[in-house]
Design a protein around this ligand. Structure first.
Ligand code: SF4
Length: 382
């Protein structure tokens, strides 16, 4: 029975956005405030109000992202973690991820995270190369990053790092040495992203002035393929376009996004999908705080999606997973004839060698399609 006769799936995932950072990195386009620690107490009060309204949902995954969640001082961090514990019911084996910056990692902070139930840490390492870290305006050194991974892994064994490639001036050899350092560390998961120049960032303006230049498409592809090959050889499974994991360490929270399972979200700029509605909170931290303090909704945008959009989105996001997706499952869970409405997109993509059909209802990206995942996804979206 599909969604035509049923309600939307009840979310079992939650995302909390913490907007605080010491400094805004030149490439960053997230909802962030730099050097505004004076707003932290107001933020803690505001998310308490948002969390109060959720009515203690049971969750299987919680992801605390930013910004820099570990930017809080010890007392603020303890109160923040307690707020989450008080307002969410963690199912047995709940995956609780938290993003962290290497320069904030101390044994005391990690022990506090561990004591409160955080069982997965995602470190914003980005590189182990001193010049690349400087260019990216990161506050840590390669040695800080390595120490941070080790310190976290001593207490919390599920450690992930983010790495950026295709930075201006970066060579394939530089990138390979980043991968080699990563391979030697006690990591369960690695996410890799090509540097993007987003409108509104300092990097965007610097590129417009000719001060920075993007990597060529061919060197970006070479670096991506080097990551796929190098991490595969090191025992990591490539399970989503940008994500690599050791056996059993796939990020369950992100899988919930890609499978369209619904999630709650709290904090400035946080995006949620609940009861068929996609909502995004105000990106500006000060606007978000003002609205919540006045008893107004922090939501800036709300779009009620149709069941057809939902089915198409599940196909488009789902195809990012390297194993692919079963169209019949989406069809039976959405009540929408996906094979029919996406027929042209699938036929064209199969014809161009971007998609494979290992069985009549199963679609997955081909080796070439992995490089053109966005093209396939946008066709599936219609
Ligand atoms: S630390 Fe992360 S979230 Fe903060 S400004 Fe830098 S890239 Fe953005």
């Amino acid at each position: 029975m599909g969604l035509e006769t049923e309600s939307w799936p009840l979310p079992r995932a939650a995302y909390i956005h913490v907007p605080f950072c010491r400094h805004r990195c030149g490439y960053c386009n997230f909802s962030v405030v730099a050097d505004r620690d004076d707003l932290i107490e107001r933020y803690l009060n505001a998310i308490k109000k948002e969390l109060d309204a959720l009515d203690n949902p049971v969750i299987d995954t919680l992801f605390v992202g930013g910004g820099t969640p570990t930017h809080f001082d010890a007392d603020q961090l303890r109160r923040f973690l307690c707020l989450l514990q008080q307002h969410l019911q963690f199912s047995a084996g709940c995956e609780w991820s938290m993003e962290a910056n290497p320069e904030d990692i101390t044994r005391e902070k990690v022990a506090m995270l561990d004591d409160h139930g955080v069982n997965r840490i995602s470190l914003g390492v980005q590189s182990f190369n001193v010049d690349k870290l400087k260019l990216l305006e990161r506050g840590h050194s390669p040695a800080n990053a390595i120490d941070a991974v080790q310190t976290v892994a001593d207490a919390i064994d599920n450690v992930s790092i983010d790495l950026i490639f295709a930075a201006p001036g970066e060579t394939l050899e530089h990138w390979q040495s980043d991968l080699e350092v990563a391979r030697e560390l006690p990591l369960e998961h690695i996410s890799t992203y090509a540097l993007t120049f987003e409108k509104g960032t300092a990097f965007w303006s610097r590129r417009a002035r000719g001060d920075l230049s993007s990597a060529s498409e061919s060197s970006e592809i070479d670096m991506y393929q080097a990551a796929r090959e190098g991490l595969h050889n090191a025992g990591f499974q490539h399970y989503e376009i940008s994500s690599f994991a050791r056996e059993g360490s796939q990020c369950r929270h992100n899988l919930a996004y890609w499978k369209g399972l619904g999630w709650y979200a709290v904090g400035p700029g946080a995006a949620r999908f609940v009861d068929g509605s996609r909502e995004v909170n105000h990106r500006s931290t000060t606007t978000y705080l003002r609205r919540v303090e006045l008893g107004e909704s922090p939501t800036a945008e709300r779009v009620a999606i149709t069941h057809e959009q939902y089915a198409r989105e599940r196909a488009a996001f789902g195809v990012r997973m390297i194993d692919g997706i079963d169209i019949d499952v989406i069809e039976s869970e959405s009540g929408i004839p996906v094979a029919e409405i996406c027929r042209d997109a699938i036929v064209q993509s199969v014809g161009e060698g971007l998609l494979l059909k290992p069985s009549p209802s199963w679609i997955k990206l081909s080796e070439r399609g992995i490089l053109f995942a966005d093209t396939v996804a946008s066709r599936l979206l219609g």
